[in-house]
Design a protein around this ligand. Structure first.
Ligand code: T4K
Length: 384
């Protein structure tokens, strides 16, 4: 196969600073003799991220999952939270760890985010919040969600793991809702190795989060609430300060890759580019396609497996649906017939390799393989 890749092509590669720049940063940490607990690297990253993301209040965490878990806790939520089944397990696990019951709502077929038109019917006297996810960088229907929340006095929390730096209607996406979580995991556009942050408006929440992520310690001799350890350390923060310098260039490269994918896949029947990005500034986190088996002639799973033969490793994000996890199956809202769109989409999505270093040539080659597989398949079906 001439279009076989010699090196495995994965869906992403972390953004790495040069070894020299990182060594310089690490030596600053060593010289400071300060490794964690709100050191100078941490303070500087928090400051720079506030500027970069244009938010008033921002709190750093050791990872996005703990950020979300503690963000939910900071609002003292109770009972049920309406959420999406089409997300990474962390979203609903953060509810579990708060003793909250997820109520699964079906998704919008275009954006694969929570279907705002179906939320209101799920609200009961036990509902305390809506936890929505900006899936693959596609923004939720933020205005409709806020209108529903206002009508029913619900909190709105966004899992924004995929929308670092995205803007919507000219403003930072985290301006919508009561709180937005960002993930800084190695696989994210901006990474601190592991890490995460919460952006929010209420100043009182900032103090509460400081306590929650540091064992509830108000001072060395006073524990005022039941917290946990979710602090970002100095090496993570130092990495973040170096990676932040690279993000805009990376975003530019991903913009070109996205255009290349779109140009080469657009004419193929049964393939839809899912990342619609109606927002004015994208996070360029993932590039995801949907395969319509009837029109493409072969299934998503078939394409995923075929591409492996060329050394190209795609991912079926987010398969399986969270509502299909063993411990949710008994919930009324988890029943398959209540989530028809999510059930359909989960069998069609495929995240493609997408990171700057991949380069336009490689993307053209991957598109060539997909086209060839389609042509070969058609030729074969015509013979049969
Ligand atoms: N909410 C949503 C909607 C999320 O997507 C996530 C995380 C969260 C919440 C939770 O945020 P964190 O607590 O993670 O901050 C990955 C990530 O671990 C996870 O952060 C991410 N979402 C999820 C979508 O993807 P895996 O199990 O698919 O990762 P893995 O190890 O298979 O890596 C993916 C690809 O990246 C591999 O093909 C290889 C490449 N890679 C990965 C790592 C870690 C590298 O080249 N180098 C690396 O260091 O979950």
């Amino acid at each position: 196969m001439d279009n076989y890749f010699d090196e495995p092509i994965l869906i992403t590669r972390p953004l790495f600073p040069t070894k020299q720049n990182m060594a310089r940063k690490i030596s600053e940490v060593w010289d400071s003799k300060w490794l964690t607990n709100n050191g100078t690297q941490h303070q500087e990253l928090e400051k720079q991220l506030k500027d970069y993301l244009n938010v008033d209040q921002l709190s750093l965490f050791s990872n996005g999952t703990l950020a979300l878990l503690l963000g939910l806790k900071a609002f003292n939520l109770t009972g049920e939270v309406i959420t999406t089944p089409f997300t990474f397990p962390a979203t609903v696990q953060a509810l579990d760890w708060n003793g909250l019951t997820p109520v699964f709502c079906d998704i919008n077929p275009q954006t694969l985010t929570i279907d705002a038109t179906k939320i209101e019917a799920l609200i009961t006297e036990n509902t305390s919040a809506i936890l929505a996810v900006h899936v693959f960088g596609n923004p939720c229907d933020v205005e409709e969600i806020q209108a529903i929340a206002d009508r029913h006095q619900l909190k709105v929390i966004y899992d924004g793991a995929h929308v670092f730096g995205a803007k919507l209607n000219g403003q930072p996406i985290s301006n919508y809702g009561d709180m937005t979580m960002f993930s800084f995991h190695a696989t994210k556009l901006f990474n601190t190795i592991e890490g995460g942050a919460l952006a929010f408006k209420d100043e009182a929440i900032a103090r509460k989060l400081d306590l929650l992520k540091n064992f509830g310690l108000a001072n060395p001799e006073e524990v005022v609430l039941s917290g946990i350890n979710a602090k970002m350390n100095e090496v993570q923060a130092a990495m973040g300060l170096e990676v932040l310098k690279l993000v805009d260039e990376e975003r530019g490269k991903r913009h070109n890759l996205k255009k290349t994918y779109e140009r080469h896949l657009a004419h193929l029947p049964g393939i839809r580019v899912l990342t619609t990005l109606v927002n004015d500034s994208s996070s360029y986190q993932y590039f995801v396609i949907e395969i319509d088996e009837k029109m493409y002639g072969k299934s998503r799973d078939w394409l995923h497996d075929e591409l492996k033969k060329y050394n190209v490793f795609t991912r079926k994000y987010f398969y399986p649906l969270c509502s299909d996890f063993e411990w949710y199956k008994h919930l009324e809202s988890a029943q398959g017939e209540k989530l028809p769109q999510a059930q359909k989409s989960v069998g069609q999505v495929l995240a493609m390799p997408f990171y700057g270093e991949l380069g336009v040539e490689s993307v053209m080659k991957i598109c060539g393989i997909i086209e060839e597989l389609h042509v070969n398949h058609n030729r074969l079906s015509n013979v049969i």
